[in-house]
Design a protein around this ligand. Structure first.
Ligand SMILES: Cc1cc2nc3c(=O)[nH]c(=O)nc-3n(C[C@H](O)[C@H](O)[C@H](O)COP(=O)(O)O)c2cc1C
Length: 192
């Protein structure tokens, strides 16, 4: 199983980096697989630590992709680094070992501390829609334009029916990125 989370990691100079990342849940370990080049990868290798933030605030996913990385943080308890101040829960990780790979190294971690901060209040289709749209946006250069448009049209149904203010704001940031991409790549944004 893969959980979509926000990873916070810390550089040797103490600079905290925030990035959306899928975390693979294994039997006793968690596996993070950053694509190179990655600040998260560099930080986790240097500090041997990471923090997973389990949040339903999808603005943070869309915000990180669109350059809005200034989310409130507070100190982690057991590892060097910080966690999101507002998150449903978080887990502090120690890096156990890693497997080198040119494209996507594997970081095997174990939880050394975790805590709940707010209740999970149920699934929301608009949050799912924003997550899926964020993944599309992170792959605009790789995907055919027809696929992007048809997937967005489907995701918009759940968004329109169920979104709150945070989901609409996050969706708007992603749609702005798509418009920017279209203007910068007029040839790609043509129907095939
Ligand atoms: C829901 C979601 C999941 C993602 N999962 C991964 C992942 O597992 N690995 C990865 O390298 N990038 C993933 N990304 C893209 C990264 O967040 C993005 O490329 C980021 O800049 C990572 O690079 P960094 O460590 O240099 O910040 C994901 C993006 C989203 C929206």
């Amino acid at each position: 199983m893969i959980r979509e989370t926000i990873i916070t990691s810390c550089s040797p100079q103490g600079v905290v980096h925030i990035a959306p990342m899928g975390v693979h849940v294994l039997d006793d370990e968690l596996l993070i697989m950053p694509f190179r080049p990655s600040t998260t990868l560099d930080n986790v290798l240097a500090s041997r630590a990471a923090v997973i933030n389990y949040t339903d605030d999808v603005r943070i996913f869309a915000g990180c992709l669109s350059g809005r990385r200034d989310w409130p943080l507070i100190q982690a308890e057991r590892v060097p680094g910080q966690r999101l101040a507002e998150t449903l829960a978080h887990a502090e990780l120690e890096l156990l070992r890693w497997e080198e790979d040119e494209l996507r190294p594997k970081l095997y971690c174990r939880v050394v501390h975790e805590a709940n901060h707010a209740p999970f209040r149920g699934f929301n289709r608009a949050q799912y829609a924003v997550l899926e749209a964020a993944i599309l946006v992170s792959r605009l250069h790789m995907l055919p334009w027809d696929k992007i448009e048809s997937e967005l049209a489907y995701l918009r149904i759940g968004l329109d029916k169920t979104a709150g203010a945070k989901e609409l704001e996050a969706w708007g940031w992603l749609m702005d990125m798509i418009e920017d991409f279209k203007h910068a790549n007029p040839d790609k944004a043509v129907r095939t």
